[in-house]
Design a protein around this ligand. Sequence first.
Ligand code: 3PG
Length: 310
Amino acid sequence: MSKRVLIATEKPFAAAARDQIVAILKEAGYEVALLEKYEGQGPLVEAIRAADAVIIRSDIIDREVLEATTGLHLVVRAGAGYDNVDTAVAKERGVAVMNTPGQNANAVAELVLAMMVYLARNQFDGKPGTELRGKTLGVHAFGAVGRAVTTIAQGFGMRVLAFDPFVGKDIVEATGAEFVPSVEALYEQSRYVSLHIPATPETKGSIGKDRLLRMPKGATLVNTARREIIHEAELLEVFAEREDFRYASDIAPSDATLAALRERFASRVYVTPVKMGAQTSEANVNAGLAAARQIVAFFENGERRFVVNP
Ligand code: 3PG
């Protein structure tokens, strides 16, 4: 029997990307089912029952969803972060989970710089703003997105510092960025900080007063990573204590925090209406096609590269 692949995207891929994903899977002889713009977990639980593999974006693959499956072998997160998948339960059930690292990095990096310009120009309110040239940017975690941000920021004439406990000095310096040995030093020296850490038990709530109050005058924090890494109560305290502090985020905080930020500090905050970092046709094509090819390679050749729950 041919393999059945579900594409489950609550936030759909661009049509051109989706069509090419479907074509790759059909070419391999697979059946393809599409579940787009669905609401709640019910439709996903239903649609995934018969699937051998599923392609997702930020869609939630939790215990309930996994327990509904009967022959699922593979989940591919078309993107970088896989905190939306319960990888431990997947492993228990013999389901491999993969991501497609780097495929949407440029799209996210362009958004980082766009939001920095937007805040530096006072949200285009007509008053003189500031330029990025000559300012220091701290890149917090030096994966594919952090590196893409570095390249673009250098084009703006920024000095780039990077901190990542898992990446060596030589790798950072090869990009022309400066290696910073501690997270404290990164925040102390950077007028701009761009976050690229994953949401893990260690990082959740880790971006709070201790780090943000260290930043120099005119501080701007940019979050295109994950909501959970921010200590939201302390973020509000930082805004109250520092009149110069600004925040741009591609991930909405909790409703209460967002309301407080918009009511009290609107001129210093920007939050995208929906998560936009990976929302370009190019990123959808890159990540989506990589996901489709990884599925074919997994079933046809046993290829397990990019498995994150070995
Ligand atoms: C990622 O981890 O790749 C990004 O957060 C993109 O998420 P999205 O596919 O939901 O836009």
